[in-house]
Design a protein around this ligand. Structure first.
Ligand code: FEO
Length: 439
């Protein structure tokens, strides 16, 4: 224990032996935690991807929520890449500001004394937030990005104007024996997003695009099934609203010779077709023979309807995925939205409208803009309900056809179960007419 801690303990020791013990205990715990963190830093190894190209970012094993909204069951990483050319050195994206220590330490391990360019593919702070620190440590570095991203970085991080080099689509900069080409890709998340292509090594740095929230010590993600699941969750939660833009940008890069896709979250891909084919499937207009049912029930009436309806869909060979909104991970709901043809929202009535938790889920569905084709509503009410109008009015982003709902007074009765059978028949018929593919 160092002198500073001993003095602190003496200053806070008010004479009571138990209090003194607690303070000493806390100080020891803090010291142990600090050692633990230092060991973690050692784990954040610099990895050489190709000669002169290094992964220098940070893995965030413990993060469980992103944007105070998105669950991260598997943590995440903030990938940053250092490229040493024969004449100049570039850093591609940085890390979340909570991890700036790891990035700076990794650069020290490589004995980097100067950086010429910091390439900013995206302005969001989990990638750009350590740029100010890099500019402090490497004062000659310039931030290379497109005009839109420059404006955003000035607003978000207060980076001075004279620190920027502005590039446009297809522009290049040379590092000597290595060439960076910039491909503007607006709206694969934000309006300023872009990719950087390292020509000589055929590496495409895509930042958020094609990424996954997956903390892993494998640089390339050896467990393909896990990477697929994490990448699909990531697409569902972050990229799905930009499906149309993504189609356009995938088309633009289809002839690019890519050997490695290096994203800024999760493992890299040394088989680019793995993730590119997955995206082609997710963004396609095809929907599957699936119904998802986000539901909530207060006194059991809506639950009875959901249970009956799930059974009715199974009998008709339709894949059904119910999500109890009181306990579901919204990421799981988002994943299901990538493929499903139909959503049936199930809710009781609260003060003539839908239950507030249903409102939250419906708002999210609308914001994520899945390729759903059909929607309906089931649920119950005590004395009156305008639930259907509310929920319909919340799904205006979606090009969907509404199928006749089943909203019942109180506990469902025999005729209500028959109405649920009719709804299941209608969905089956619609799926057949649309030619949905089997999951
Ligand atoms: Fe990973 Fe849009 O930030």
């Amino acid at each position: 224990m160092n002198l500073k801690k001993v003095i602190l303990i003496q200053e806070l020791n008010l004479g009571h032996p138990l209090k003194s013990y607690l303070i000493i205990g806390f100080a020891l715990y803090a010291e142990l935690t600090n050692q633990h963190l230092k060991r973690r830093v050692e784990i954040m190894a610099v990895r050489e991807i190709r000669t002169g190209i290094y992964s220098v970012g940070a893995i965030d094993w413990d993060r469980r929520l992103f944007d105070e909204l998105i669950p991260l069951p598997d943590g995440t990483s903030y990938n940053s890449y250092l490229i040493k050319g024969s004449e100049k050195i570039a850093l591609i994206d940085t890390v979340d500001p909570t991890k700036e220590y790891e990035l700076i330490e990794n650069l020290k391990k490589l004995n980097i004394t100067d950086i010429d360019y910091v390439i900013a593919n995206h302005a969001e702070q989990d990638h750009s937030g350590t740029i100010p620190k890099i500019l402090d440590v490497y004062p000659l570095a310039k931030v290379v990005t497109n005009p839109k991203c420059k404006d955003m970085l000035k607003d978000l991080l207060l980076i001075p104007d004279d620190k920027f080099v502005t590039i446009n689509d297809k522009d290049t900069i040379t590092l000597g024996n290595k060439t960076l080409e910039f491909i503007l890709a607006p709206w694969v998340h934000w309006p300023e997003t872009m990719f950087t292509y390292l020509r000589e090594d055929r590496i495409l740095f895509t930042c958020d695009f094609l990424g996954s929230h997956l903390a892993s010590s494998d640089l390339y993600g050896a467990d393909e099934a896990k990477v697929y699941e994490s990448a699909k969750r990531y697409y569902a939660e972050i990229m799905m609203p930009f499906r149309i833009s993504i189609k356009k940008h995938l088309e633009r890069i289809k002839d690019l010779d890519i050997e490695i896709v290096a994203t800024s979250h999760g493992p890299l891909y040394q088989k680019p077709e793995f993730i590119l084919n997955a995206y082609k499937d997710w963004i396609s207009d095809d929907v599957k023979n699936e119904v998802i049912i986000p539901y909530i029930s207060m006194h059991g009436s809506t639950r009875k309807m959901v249970e009956y309806f799930v059974d009715a869909l199974i009998k008709r060979s339709i894949t059904v995925k119910p999500f109890n909104l009181t306990r579901t991970d919204i990421g799981e709901l988002a994943i299901a939205l990538v493929d499903a043809a139909t959503i049936v929202i199930a809710s009781p009535t609260v003060l003539v409208g839908p239950h507030p938790t249903t409102v939250y889920a419906t708002y999210l569905v609308n914001a994520l803009r899945p390729k759903l084709k059909y929607a309906s509503v089931i649920g119950s009410y005590g004395w009156g309900s305008r639930m259907l109008e509310h929920l319909k009015g919340m799904l205006t982003n979606l090009k969907i056809e509404f199928i006749e709902p089943v909203i019942v007074k109180g506990h469902p009765k025999e005729e209500d179960y028959r109405a649920l059978d009719r709804l299941a028949d209608d969905i089956l018929q619609k799926h057949k007419e649309h030619g949905v593919i089997s999951p």
